[in-house]
Design a protein around this ligand. Structure first.
Ligand SMILES: [Zn+2]
Length: 407
């Protein structure tokens, strides 16, 4: 019934339909190379009077050179290839004296994905005017002694996550802060656990892919709204347990990776094999809860791609609450109108992504919540808040199970 009421706002693409292109399919273009291994990252480039540096968390470029016309060429190189074409760059520029410079960002093995952004304080960013030609972007810059930051997206690194989690915990001390395990390089996989009164769980994940910052923005707004006191939130939190893992790939984030963790593995293709510590940490937590009697209800996994789209599991593939995603997204479409909400159901048992894992291992629906790279930043937050609100409302309409003591 919900679906028919709000049909007009929800663009529901059946698999193979022409209305959508799966970024992940586009991404699986195999490049004509098979050399493993990462180029040096966190590099610096000293042109004696101008210095480029990627020596900070999330900083990255491959190498740089001065072109014959004086242009400074920054080469972007992936951590490994073949790889999803998401060339990430983040570096600072400073010069001994004020001057005008022309920069070319030249992406190796893939066309550039992100519009270059500039900041003087690392917090406030603006999209630069640039020209694109082939796999290069060209722009000019006035520089001086003041450090200029240039990056594919706003920077949001592991320190920013730690600070955000500190702030959220200060505000909501009843949230339990847990460490699920360690990354390849020994960094904590930090999470929040909210304990409700039932044995039902909502799972929220983010940042499996390091450059996908708009997905991180959506996760923050989604979680903040879910916790913010309201009648809906209080009823939801009273009933449901939540696991929130905002940063699945801290090594990849720190390294400024395009896609992978420190083992050069795509974490969102590892949920079938589960041989990476980041995935194992979450899997162990979920399996332990289920062994104790928990019931997973739904999963939301935040990502970014070139457009806003919700990848879901088809009801025909998973008949347990088959219309869960469809009905929720119809509620969201009504709330978020006139912003279009696009759903694209698909299932691929061999893909190894989180959504498929939730379906095949636990028998429950989940969504890959994709945010456009260039989405309006305020709209990201607005839609994420509506997403949290409508998901809570939808989940509260589910039949109440027999309550058992929480653990
Ligand atoms: Zn992704």
């Amino acid at each position: 019934m919900v679906a028919s009421l709000y049909w007009s706002f929800l663009v529901h693409c059946i698999p193979q339909a022409a209305c959508a292109i799966d970024r992940d399919i586009v991404a699986r273009v195999v490049l004509p190379f098979s050399q493993a291994n990462a180029p040096a990252n966190h590099v610096t480039c000293d042109f004696s009077d101008i210095r480029f540096s990627a020596q900070f968390p999330q900083g990255r470029f491959g190498r740089c050179e001065r072109g014959s016309d004086g242009r400074l060429i920054v080469h972007l190189e992936p951590e490994s290839y073949p790889i999803n074409p998401s060339p990430w760059h983040a570096f600072t520029v400073e010069a001994d004296r004020p001057r005008h410079i022309d920069i070319e960002i030249r992406s190796e093995h893939a066309n550039t994905r992100y519009s270059p952004k500039l900041s003087y304080d690392r917090d406030t960013w603006k999209v630069m005017e640039y020209k694109r030609q082939g796999s290069s972007q060209f722009f000019s810059l006035e520089v001086g002694e003041q450090l200029v930051w240039i990056a594919g997206q706003e920077l949001f690194d592991n320190n920013d996550y730690a600070e955000w989690m500190r702030r959220i915990h200060d505000e909501y001390p009843s949230l339990e802060k847990v460490v699920l395990g360690q990354s390849v390089e020994g960094q904590d996989i930090a999470a929040f656990v909210h304990h409700g009164q039932s044995h039902e769980w909502l799972i929220v994940l983010g940042r499996q892919h390091p450059p996908e910052v708009t997905g991180a923005m959506a996760l923050q707004a989604f979680v903040e709204f879910m916790l913010q006191p309201s009648e809906t939130s209080e009823a939801f939190l009273r009933r449901y347990n939540i696991l929130i893992v905002p940063n699945m790939n801290p090594d990849g984030v720190a390294l400024g990776n395009w896609r992978y963790n420190a083992n050069q593995v795509d974490l969102n293709r590892n949920w079938l094999k589960r041989d990476q510590p980041e995935v194992q940490a979450v899997h162990a937590f979920l399996r332990d809860r289920v062994d104790e009697g928990a019931r997973l209800v739904y999963g939301v996994d935040f990502h970014s791609t070139f457009r806003d789209v919700f990848y879901t599991t088809p009801g025909s593939y998973l008949t347990n609450e088959p219309d869960f995603s469809y009905d929720w997204l119809n509620l969201l479409a009504a709330a978020a109108a006139p912003n279009a909400i696009v759903e694209q159901p698909s299932a691929n048992p061999n893909l190894g992504n989180f959504k498929q894992y939730m379906a095949d291992y636990f028998g429950v629906h989940a969504v890959t919540y994709e945010v456009a790279d260039n989405a309006d930043r305020l709209a990201i937050r607005l839609i994420a808040r509506h997403a949290a609100d409508t998901l809570m409302m939808y989940m509260l309409t589910r039949e109440m199970p027999i309550l058992i003591p929480s653990y």
